[in-house]
Design a protein around this ligand. Structure first.
Ligand code: DGL
Length: 245
């Protein structure tokens, strides 16, 4: 009997909904979304703790019949080694993460990209390495509380964080802002609104678009059904889960 494909998309919390939204545009495959809201944000948590979460999430998804995986969390991607995937019996050709997808992006010559992400993602330099390979000029900035503020739904704090990002982007003469955390595109409209108010003209790059290209290449078919799972049904989880349908 032919295996029925089932996609699993997962994140520390609600951030992966921004990835689910892009993926839904290019595939009909049935999908399980898992958000680890009980432990979000992963923010400053140690590697060993995060590796434990990754293993737990992969086990849950497999028990539910997931055949293809999208890690919609940069923080997890940083610690997902081939060794870990082997240990978990996960096929590398059925596993996409945010950072891998970045290899697909092409840039014009005159861009200056401001990479924004959690402290750990910035410290890992994964995005910087890719941009360097591509010969792109970049700077980095970490709005340390932004993912947590989105997760807890504190819109005033989110707005303040966004202003900090924009002021830094202006200072560094950035032309593009790259979302290196999947939580940030959830407030893309606030970023763009504030950009307009301040009279800036930054372009935004969401790696989720490139993740979606990769999922499309799998050519999986289904009924576009989405099953939502979380370790804690928070208000934000309820709020954002309608985003992709
Ligand atoms: N959304 C996750 C990412 O892309 C991380 C947010 C967190 O710190 O939990 O990195």
């Amino acid at each position: 009997m032919e295996e029925k494909p089932l996609l699993g998309i997962f994140d520390s919390g609600v951030g992966g909904f921004s990835v689910l939204k892009e993926v839904q545009k290019v595939t009909s495959v049935d999908t399980i979304y898992f958000g680890d809201c009980a432990n979000a944000p992963y923010g400053n948590k140690q590697e060993s703790e995060i590796v434990g979460y990754i293993k737990n999430i992969l086990s849950i998804l497999k028990k539910n019949g997931v055949t293809h995986f999208v890690s919609a969390c940069n923080r997890m991607s940083v610690f997902t080694t081939e060794k870990l995937l082997d240990e978990m019996n996960n096929r590398k050709d059925r596993y996409i993460d945010m950072v891998d997808a970045m290899h697909e992006i092409a840039f014009k010559d005159d861009v200056h990209v401001l990479i924004i992400g959690t402290k750990a993602t910035i410290a890992s330099e994964v995005y910087q390495n890719i941009l360097q390979e591509k010969g792109v000029i970049f700077s980095t900035f970490s709005p340390v509380h932004l993912a947590g503020n989105i997760e807890s739904g504190d819109i005033q704090a989110v707005s303040n964080d966004i202003v900090d990002v924009l002021m830094y982007a202006d200072q560094t003469k950035a032309t593009h802002i790259l979302y290196a955390c999947t939580h940030y595109p959830l407030v893309d409209s606030l970023f763009k609104e504030e950009t307009k108010i301040k009279g800036f003209s930054f372009q935004y790059i969401d790696p989720a678009v490139y993740v979606a290209y990769q999922v499309k290449k799998w050519n999986l078919k289904g009924n576009k059904q989405i099953i939502y799972k979380t370790s804690k049904e928070t208000d934000s989880f309820k709020k954002y889960k309608g985003l992709a349908s």
